[in-house]
Design a protein around this ligand. Sequence first.
Ligand code: NDP
Length: 300
Amino acid sequence: MRAIIAGGTGFIGQSLITELQENGWDIVVLSRSPGKVASIFGSGVIGMRWDNGDWPDLLGPETVIVNLAGENIAAGRWTRARKERILNSRIKAGERIVEVVRRSGVAPAALIQASAVGYYGPRGTELIDETADSGDGFLAEVTRRWEASTLALEEMGVRRVIIRTGVVLGNGGALERMLPPFRFFLGGPLGSGLQGVSWIHMADEVGAIRFLMENEETSGAYNLTAPTPVRFRKFARILGQTLNRPHWLKVPAFVLRLLFGDMADEALLSGQLVLPARLLRAGYGFRFPNLEEALADLLV
Ligand code: NDP
């Protein structure tokens, strides 16, 4: 079994590669910089540039492609130029994969296409699953077009799985950015604290991706979120309790808007309560279904 992982050098990709290697998969990483692949993984992982003419030769009926590549969404203010990079990097990666598969004439076993719960747009208090429509806003538009960028593979008969991922809790990523105020006794909810946080422990993010790669019955969109999404207020309380720190100091919405611009309203001050209905129906067993245990595992 071979996995070709586009964007495998990132936060999720690195953990996914460990999970897959422990379970007998050979790994090839598509990267803008194969040197970065070598410095992260050593010789156990082959790194290839996107434009390397050899990677189509690696396609075969047992190959699964995982497409995680894209400009980081939370790395800075959403200027117009950044928004374009966030959107275009994703569309380009998807279209490139389709083009290479089409030209090679060899269909892979499956494509796992990354997406995000931002697909559903800002939502209030309703619990939603994969049957919900896409919502409003920049992230919803990006994810719709990102998902569509590899749709042509389905028309070629390839099993395609879309992973609408929530906030991944691991060593890095969003949790690392949230920790400093809590550690300095300044932690608390962002804005009203009523916005939904659909989180998932990294062990389940990569466990679910492997489950979907190996389970040939699965296809279409799956929410990769724990079965117990919470409001931010509760997230902050459990985080504070886990760290043995206060959790009541609210960060006002206007401060977040000053610091982060547009990104504050869509990514920090609003959210959604998303359930992994299809993953549960397919028989995936969560290692960390509850936030208390997930945070204790990562932080204590
Ligand atoms: P990272 O930002 O850590 O990594 C993504 C990888 O994409 C990078 O390692 C990089 O690989 C590649 N990349 C970065 N910028 C560009 C670009 N401009 N053009 C092409 N490739 C680029 O992402 P994560 O691992 O955190 O997430 C993987 C995917 O899942 C992302 O697309 C993200 O949007 C999505 N997601 C993540 C969530 C999270 O909580 N982490 C939540 C929901 C969705 P290289 O430098 O080797 O080319």
